[in-house]
Write a protein that binds this ligand. Sequence first.
Ligand SMILES: [Fe+2]
Ligand SMILES: [Fe+2]
Length: 378
Amino acid sequence: MAGVRMADGMSADGRAGAFAAGPAGNFAEMLDVERYGSRSGLFDAIIADSDSHFWDPMDPAYIDYSLPFDQQAGSILPLDVVPELASAVADRLDAGQRIAFANESCRWWLSSVLHGEQGALSLSANLCQALRNPGAIEYAANQAREEARHVTAFTRYIAVRWGEPLPASGTLSRLLAELVSVPEIYKKIVGMQLLVEGLAMGIFATLHAKSHDPLLVRLTQLVMTDEAFHHRAGKLWADDVLPAMTRAEHDAVEDWAAECFQVLMFNMLHPRQKKVIYARFGLDWEWVRDAMKESYTSADRRRELMESTNIFRVLIKTLLKGGVITARTRAIYAAWVDMKDLAAEGDAMVGDPIAAAGLAYLREVNEHRPRRIRKVQD
Ligand SMILES: [Fe+2]
Ligand SMILES: [Fe+2]
């Protein structure tokens, strides 16, 4: 990647496009009178729609955090989606401990999601400073506002179910910190908008489909309704900027995507990152790693695991359909999903019907919103 000077944010027509970088660290240049008038309309539809999916995690009309869930009696997620429990780990735990293990795993996943939401919030806020185009900045400000409500919403969910979130694992916190601080716009957009957001959509879709907790089902539906719009913005970048890139620039984008993907895979699946949970059950992470490796050698088990790791499908599909993946890096992804199947699929995403149902629900709730606001003010 070294030596590639990225024409950051050039659009397909060769002009400085909607995603052009601003004058780094020089606010005075943002006051350039011509800049104000250069507003791109690329994001207008998404910005105009932002009211249609408004929700407030502090208002029980949208989501009721008092809904109970008895974690002694059952697990929030089915035991068969917890990969450790398909290995010899399950033999070391009694029935009650298996439920507790599944619930702690769920807490770990949701804590990772919360840290990811904070990363998305910080990155969107940072884009407001890093971009030049007024339309793109308005979009980023909108996204920052939505990520802020996701931080509130997941913090509240974790608080009512477990009290505190678990700390971010080393690889996740390093990746998020890098995406927030890296100066190149393409690295931010590919890393966050395409990869982290894509992974989040996959996780939310799984949680929404499988959770036994109605509160988590509602939460993931509402968050996915917002995320569907963020996902669209990532696609706009791929359609607008990628075609104008030189071969070397495209290679740099592709390599960066593959690098972030491998970091995420490592973080999400490597037992070392989850040792905080294992310790609570008297399990050593290296022993868990070996037990999982053993179960992974069977072909059946491998297929099951590939199905359960469908969470990566959304992000791989986004990269593939967006034209980021070529033969150069295809093999990295092919270890996880069937790339031919993926290429043959239409553009519909796994989260689309969930987001559509969320939108319909919010339209209904928001119809009565003016009356509620008046009530709060009275
Ligand atoms: Fe989010
Ligand atoms: Fe997002």
